[in-house]
Design a protein around this ligand. Sequence first.
Ligand code: CAO
Length: 674
Amino acid sequence: MSSEIIKVPDIGGSTDVEIIEVTVSEGDVIAPEDTMITLESDKASMDVPAPKGGKVVKVLVKEGDTVSEGDDILELEAEGGGEDDAEKDDGAADDEKEADQQPAKQQKSDDAKPAKEKASGGGKRTVEIKVPDIGGSTDVEIIEIAVAEGDEIDAEDALITLESDKASMDVPSPHSGKLVSLAVKEGDTVSEGDVIGSMEIAGEGGEDEPEGDEASDESSDAAPADDGDSDSDKEGDEAASGEPERKEIRVPDIGGSENVPIIEVAVAEGDEIDEEDALITLESDKASMDVPSPFKGKLVGLSVKEGDTVSEGDLIGYVEVAGAAKPKNAEAPKREAAPSGEKKSADKQAEAKPSPEAQMAAHKPREGKLVHAGPAVRMLARELGVDLAQVKPSGPKDRVLKEDVHAFVKQAMQQRSAAPEQAATATGGAGIPPIPAVDFSQFGEVEEQPMGRLLKMGATNLHRSWLNVPHVTQFDEADITDLEAFRKSMKAEAEAEGAKLTPLPFLVKACAFALRKFPQFNVSLHPDGETLVWKKYVHIGVAVDTPNGLMVPVIRDADKKSLIELAKESVELAKKAQTKKLKREEMQGGCFTISSLGSIGGTAFTPIVNAPEVAILGISKAQMKPVWDGSDFVPRLMMPLCLSYDHRAVNGADAARFTALLSQVLSDVRRMLM
Ligand code: CAO
């Protein structure tokens, strides 16, 4: 078995592209198509697959290296490798080898460079830099200028960044040299051929260089994907005189990927489409790109659908073109698909290259925010429904890695499982951002204790209600001076019957009475949001503070029970709650809740409605206050009433009536007999 050197295949003419990941190690046994390295430039990202299987003898690159087509990646002991496969280090063998590895699609990138850069000559000369072929877009905004007058610039350095509604792209410098003038500024709009500035570059033949050469160089610089102005003009003339023509549209050079799924078809038969309009979007684990139309015209046939898989040269459909104009990159794929190692002329090669806009489409930010991520990461994100713009990148240059996508999903799942109810309600259109996690230990000593089941349940219920119910709280006061006198007078008698007569049973009785008078408080909203469920019974819940959390036992048919019965039952249920003896059914069926903090203190609070009930009464501590009786201030024991209600079911005027009635009946309990 012999080893061979695996080289960087055709990478669409890009040079010095950074290796952002090396996915193989020495000793690994890899299969054909396994990813060896991932490349990412500011223009594109791609996985480089192994052209054949075998054992990795040596990895010749590392993360951070930059490579171009033909550079060594690794030494591979190929499966069943023989003499024929062996790599020789001379150029001809290299070419042959690359032809083996990939269908030869393009020339070496060097050939694509402007001719004058390759030539060396004495002296300096100044050349104009123009906006190259930008896929037919016109008046495209310059969103960034990356250079300044006087800068020494390398060929391919970004000069300006353009952004249209279809894509964003950097315009690279066609030469190395000094920028002597800059003719544009941020915010300007430009079209193909517009002057960006001028550069002083190393001359080729000094001042003797013929004008014609200069002009043709300029045109090839300015329009690398075009056949040249004169050709275009000719074609234009033909178009003007020609009959409508049916043109095939085929999948262009997609970097050697095969059977790539179509994830979107952006057009339909009969559509009028412009040249460069996206027809389909392809996405594999190695690349993602929009395939633009090479023609302007009417789509008269569509041969693919979402989910189909395609390779270079496959038929996408037919466009009826008004005239016989030759497209900029039409039919190149068919020619390019031919597996031959022959060199192609510069214009053919330019045709094969996807237009800059098409290249950029693969990497354009979907949500208006630039996200750096490799194609495999993009595909993973799409499969998991993750918006990459929301993922925190941890890779170099803020690149999103697969681990980041996984971490994002994990965090989302943890949040959901930690509080499924909250998550469900919080996402009910609210889109509430989570409270950020804080490491409190950085501020002092802390101890973490898991919340008990009851606390967690309470938290879930309160959160759900808080988010779902539009709350309003109505405040009022009840003069309970007489009630207190009566209660105290009855206390011993009640105790004899085994009841502790606190204000609570009076409150339950008063609320039951008010619910009968105002049945609109004794309802629940049906989940359909359109129906009210009117309850014919009056079951009242009482919030009980227990060491484990809040519980709400329910007194059934409170309207039918005596004060003594209510006193007994409330004490009994409170005890059960505090000793964890409450049964599930003793906490169900409530129509209305009373939350009394009267024995503790406070002047008012805003209780949270115990949904699906629609109202809750909060009670604060009664206090002796001076009350004007019409002629004098008299000391009266005033009890604060705080009625929170669901404003979807209850209107404010009714709430005020409800608390006013409570105030009346608590001031004079005889009213409840009326
Ligand atoms: N104003 C003044 N005094 C009050 C009062 C008020 N509004 N309410 C109760 N008191 C007095 C009682 O009269 C009693 O005094 P006496 O012994 O002299 O009669 C004393 O406070 C203690 O009452 P209690 O707490 O034993 O009984 P209760 O019927 O008032 O309350 C219960 C029972 C279960 C409601 C209460 O123990 C409790 O758990 N309250 C907390 C509820 C809670 O946490 N709510 C918040 C929920 S979140 O919205």
